[in-house]
Design a protein. Structure first.
Length: 224
């Protein structure tokens, strides 16, 4: 048996991880964690090609304003005006591209209060029975009978990321944000796994402000 005199901390950590890996069979203990990105998702609209044509005219195409962290996703140059059931208005609502097979609008709680509507917390795409509103574009008006939601906080993972954290699609996970003002935990982030995904947490602007995300010094995820 070898003994190391006055071992340095990195050596001790390596020995501990190696021992745990042998006993638990977890190769991921020897692998550094993947880089975790946490982003605030401002209010936005996803749109179908048909509804894009209604608002911006025939053959309208979304153009890139800013590329997002997820591969192929972007904030578009195009914006619209959302009109709520009490005729309250949210202008300059940005569309995210590319087009999808359904139209929905994701808002924060503060936005919902401003609009005068009670929004359910839903996963993207789960819009049945949700409130609607009117959307005004430069070429026309769209009546949305449903599709206004508060997006459930979630984390995007590739299959390799999910394997590292020992989770699967639609599992729940906890996020801890450390910032100068406070330390904040967000439980029950929904895990979304797809080969095209990059590791990224999405939260809305209210949640990001609550944890002082802009000045965060550390973000961590671990099982709920």
């Amino acid at each position: 048996m070898s003994i190391i005199a006055n071992p340095q901390r990195p050596v001790v950590e390596a020995l501990v991880r190696s021992t745990l890996a042998r006993h638990l069979g977890q190769a991921t203990l020897l692998t550094p964690p993947p880089t975790l990105v946490v982003n605030s998702s401002a209010r936005h609209m996803h749109i179908s090609p048909e509804n894009l044509a209604t608002l911006f005219g025939p053959n309208a195409k979304l153009t890139v304003h800013k590329w997002l962290h997820q591969e192929g996703q972007f904030a578009a140059e195009q914006t619209v005006t959302l009109i709520g059931p009490r005729r309250r208005v949210i202008p300059n609502l940005r569309i995210l591209g590319p087009c999808r097979n359904l139209t929905q609008i994701e808002l924060a709680l503060t936005d919902a209060i401003q609009l005068g509507v009670d929004l359910p917390v839903r996963m993207s795409g789960d819009i049945q029975g949700t409130p609607g509103g009117y959307v005004m574009g430069p070429a026309g008006m769209l009546e949305m009978r449903e599709g206004l939601i508060r997006a459930a906080r979630h984390i995007h993972m590739s299959p390799s990321d999910a394997k590292f954290y020992a989770v699967k699609h639609l599992d729940r996970i906890t996020l801890k944000v450390t910032s100068p003002a406070c330390n904040t935990r967000f439980d029950d982030l929904i895990v979304r796994v797809d080969p095209s995904f990059r590791l990224e947490v999405h939260m809305d602007t209210d949640e990001a402000n609550a944890c002082d995300l802009e000045r965060a010094t550390k973000v961590e995820i671990f099982p709920t």
